[in-house]
Design a protein around this ligand. Structure first.
Ligand code: TRP
Length: 334
């Protein structure tokens, strides 16, 4: 951390559900490509995941699994910090201070809160202040750039507002983070319901491809993916199912939609789906092999997380000490 001249990137994923190809295409793939140019911090936001019901033993295993998948996908611990959010207590400490400068009206406006309150029974206070914890994640590390999907832009906007507000009320303390929306940004949609996004917390596993799905499962899911009653393979926004499959094809091969259309002139949906499944199976194979090597080595993963947390805490403490001083707390003798 703290390489002069390098901008800092920070992002995170909630450990709920299984990581899917939409997380890879929308986040991880992009994270990997940023590692050389930026100083990156990649979080597993376990504190956030408590805002929905969790089975404790499963949550713990899932967090390990996410770390192993970050690594297997190509996050390099020599270049980037992989950090479990709860290992750095400064996240919750800064959240408290930020809570006191956040207006309830701002949180009432958050569309994710409104959506989730409609969908889940357990409307807890954590769900409400979720965006403040996210702001702490970002501001603690003085992140310059935050790669996020479109659904998180409103939360990022709040992080910026809070940083500006705090800096104005006291004095410059936080870097104002910028959203970093990947260029090739096709949203990956659900396989059975292409109107909604592919989500790792979806109850129906046929809606998503997990990074750890076995080849026969991947084949089956793609074969069953919803398309339409037309015959030609065309990249048409109104044919949502096929449109989505072409986007996945394109993300994994680098081919444009035009090239893909040309390749499938006169061919059937089933040909296309089988090819797509094979492409994804091949792409996931090395990731799964690497995952299987590291997932069971808890000693290695624990050591890696220990180092990640130590380095992260150094930066986090620096920011938090500054914040505590500015708000008027007595400096704790050490
Ligand atoms: N809220 C984000 C999501 O659901 C996850 C997240 C938590 C995050 N903290 C973050 C993303 C900080 C970027 C930066 O996708």
């Amino acid at each position: 951390m703290d390489t002069p001249g390098k901008k800092r990137v920070l992002s995170g994923i909630q450990p709920s559900g299984e990581l899917c190809i939409s997380n890879y295409i929308g986040a991880l793939k992009n994270w990997i490509s940023l590692q050389d140019e930026y100083e990156c911090v990649y979080l597993i936001v376990d504190l956030h995941s408590l805002t929905v019901d969790q089975v404790p033993a499963e949550l713990r295993q899932r967090c390990y699994s996410y770390v192993a998948q970050y690594l297997a996908c190509g996050i390099d611990p020599e270049k980037s910090l992989i950090v479990v959010q709860s290992h750095v207590p400064e996240h919750t400490e800064l959240t408290w201070v930020l809570n006191t400068i956040t207006y309830m009206g701002e949180l009432n406006r958050m569309t994710q809160f409104k959506d989730k309150s409609k969908k889940q029974k357990n409307i807890n206070l954590g769900l409400y202040t979720y965006p403040v914890l996210m702001a702490s994640d970002i501001l603690l590390y003085q992140a310059d750039l935050v790669p996020v999907g479109a659904d998180q832009k409103q939360h990022l906007e709040l992080s910026r507002d809070l940083a500006i507000r705090f800096n104005g009320k006291y004095s410059p303390t936080f870097t104002i983070p910028e959203p970093f929306i990947p260029k090739q940004g096709a949203r990956i949609m659900s396989l059975q319901d292409p109107e909604s996004k592919m989500s790792k917390s979806d109850k129906n596993p046929n809606n998503y491809i997990s990074l750890l799905d076995a080849p026969n499962v991947i084949m089956k899911k793609f074969k069953r993916a919803v398309t339409d009653s037309e015959t030609e393979i065309k990249y048409d926004e109104n044919r949502k199912g096929l449109h989505n499959l072409i986007n996945i094809y394109s993300a994994y091969t680098g081919k444009t939609s035009d090239q893909i259309e040309d390749m499938y002139v006169g061919k059937m949906y089933s040909d296309f789906k089988v090819d797509l499944a094979d492409i994804v199976i091949d792409a996931l194979k090395p990731i799964q092999e690497e995952y299987n090597k590291i997932y069971n080595d808890k000693g290695y993963l624990d050591q890696l997380l220990k180092e990640g947390a130590e380095k992260a805490r150094y930066q986090a403490r620096k920011t938090l000490d500054k914040v505590y001083r500015k708000v008027g707390f007595i400096k704790r003798a050490r």
